[in-house]
Design a protein around this ligand. Structure first.
Ligand code: AMP
Length: 111
């Protein structure tokens, strides 16, 4: 695991953990763009959503379940954004799949 998130998953770098089980880790984003900005990632080393395969669907479902749970805990269940950047041109900077859970303010359009 060679990315920053890989090192965090292995416990070699610190992070503010919000949720963890055997398959999934959620941490606070170090540069939040909203009052709630959490990164939810599989512990399995997957580069991005384009590199998922059919065996990963249950894991993706569990990530959505974790996102719902964290949104409830943070009190943003009435409005939040869950997004992932896939590839350099989309703005991905860390090549270990992660989903940004963003909320706690009016988010406006995606444009
Ligand atoms: P992306 O650009 O979609 O790859 O998102 C990477 C995100 O990781 C950015 O929002 C960064 O602020 C965040 N980030 C980078 N390093 C760390 C870190 N050590 N701990 C938590 N979040 C980080």
């Amino acid at each position: 695991m060679s990315t920053i998130f890989g090192l965090i998953i292995q416990g070699k770098l610190p992070a503010k953990k919000v949720f963890e089980n055997e398959r999934i880790l959620a941490i606070e984003d170090i540069h939040p763009i909203a009052p709630v900005h959490i990164l939810i990632m599989p512990k399995k080393e997957i580069r991005d959503i384009h590199n998922l395969d059919v065996t990963d669907w249950p894991l993706m479902g569990e990530i959505l379940e974790v996102a719902q749970k964290i949104a409830e805990e943070k009190g943003i269940e009435n409005g939040y954004r869950l997004l992932t950047n896939c590839g350099k041109e989309a703005g991905q900077t860390i090549f270990h799949l992660h989903f940004h859970l963003i909320g706690g303010r009016v988010l406006g359009s995606m444009g």
